[in-house]
Design a protein around this ligand. Structure first.
Ligand SMILES: [Zn+2]
Length: 284
């Protein structure tokens, strides 16, 4: 499993969302797991020019100069410095997936609430849209699918699609249709995901947000059972794994008692571990 990770994608200062720490925690967890075959891949940070494919240049400049608040509601320089790396991970993973016809992992979060000129909900720049637009500009893709299985509505992704008048991206976002576990019962989630997959079968690249926060025990999610979470990953890998595909981490907010960050985040790490083990079992 190729994992596009650099330590610089984790901001040095503590942020209000635990998702900001996840790249470091999941990579350490996966490297220690004999059931996960990790190959760390380095990459170049996304340039300002690349970020401006999806965002208002004045907004991008405002984030880097500290005049605009980031998705955490602060202007910390170290958060701004981490953003070219989170976005660069997604761009590099997508390029690799398309050029080599592979399924790969970008251990990133904090993308889908970021709009054309707006940061919110722990998201500053929309790495999903940055990657899709960068590959489109490079002539590597015609048609991109985004299956967003974070618990929350990918409003930022829709905002950029609308403002940039894009008609070549299939965007399916779980959070627009499901708010509680009742909504997803009786086969409704499975029917939604199967339809989302059908809409992506002709895509040149699929970006899959394998969020941990839809889990029924997540304080900000509470939608899918453990069985549904596992079915979700397996179905996407089995149905779309013949296409270039990048999966990432998106949200996850469960906390367990413990001393270390890894112990406190164990419920989230366990969900991402499940996805990474499945990746290794299916794709190596
Ligand atoms: Zn979320």
């Amino acid at each position: 499993m190729k994992v596009f990770y650099r330590p610089e994608q984790v901001a040095a200062s503590y942020q209000p969302s635990p998702s900001a720490l996840k790249p470091r925690l999941v990579v350490a967890d996966w490297l220690a797991d004999p059931h996960i075959n990790v190959e760390i891949c380095s990459f170049e940070p996304a340039s300002t020019k690349t970020l401006c494919l999806a965002h208002d240049p004045a907004f991008v400049r405002g984030i880097f100069s500290g005049r605009r608040e980031n998705g955490f509601g602060n202007t910390n320089t170290d958060v701004a410095l981490s953003l070219p790396f989170t976005n660069g991970s997604m761009v590099a993973a997508a390029e690799h997936a398309v050029l080599h016809g592979e399924v790969v992992c970008s251990p990133t979060s904090g993308f889908h609430h970021a709009g054309y000129a707006s940061a919110m909900g722990y998201c500053t720049f929309n790495g999903l849209m940055v990657a899709a637009l960068a590959l489109k500009q490079a002539g590597l893709v015609d048609h991109v699918g985004i299956i967003d299985c974070d618990a929350h509505y990918g409003n930022g992704t829709d905002d950029i699609i609308m403002q940039r008048n894009i008609n070549w991206i299939e965007h399916r976002t779980l959070g627009k249709h499901f708010n509680r576990s009742d909504d997803a019962e009786g086969g409704r989630f499975e029917a939604w995901l199967n339809k989302a997959i059908d809409h992506c079968r002709d895509c040149d690249l699929v970006l899959y947000q394998a969020g941990a926060d839809p889990h029924v025990d997540d304080p900000l999610g509470g939608i899918l059972t453990s069985v549904q979470m596992s079915w979700r990953d397996r179905t996407i890998f089995e149905q779309l794994g013949h296409l270039p595909l990048v999966w990432n981490l998106a949200g996850g907010y469960q906390v367990a008692p413990g001393e270390t960050e890894a112990q406190k985040r164990e419920p989230i790490l366990a969900l991402h571990r499940m996805t990474a083990r499945l990746h290794t079992a299916i794709f190596g």
